[in-house]
Design a protein around this ligand. Structure first.
Ligand SMILES: [Zn+2]
Ligand SMILES: [Zn+2]
Length: 105
């Protein structure tokens, strides 16, 4: 990213910090993930506070506008994860083994 002047950099950081301050906070001991919307082929249904549902399929989902009321939403970047154990883990390994993702870097 190109370096702007100091003022722009501070504003940009303040903006991102503000958005992140609204992200859901994982509880103690809860696993969580940080989503980089820029490189994520996302398919999601957004329910706006006006009641409209938008179906969004894209690669950049940081900001989503409701076509019904014009509200623009900043998407949260933290999601939580639930550990699978016992019978539930066995079920997922049986039914979803092809889509269990791992870090292969
Ligand atoms: Zn979709
Ligand atoms: Zn709306």
């Amino acid at each position: 990213m190109a370096q702007g002047n100091g003022g722009e950099t501070v504003k940009h950081k303040e903006h991102l910090d503000w958005i992140r301050s609204n992200d859901p906070v994982p509880k103690d001991g809860q696993a969580s993930a940080f989503i980089g919307w820029k490189s994520t082929d996302i398919c999601m249904d957004l329910t706006c506070t006006c009641g409209n549902q938008s179906h969004i399929c894209c690669h950049f989902a940081y900001y989503v506008e409701c076509v019904e009321c014009g509200a623009v939403w900043a998407m949260a970047q933290h999601v939580t994860a639930t550990k699978l154990e016992g019978e539930r883990l066995a079920f997922v390994e049986e039914e979803y083994s092809m889509v269990i993702q791992r870090d292969e870097t």
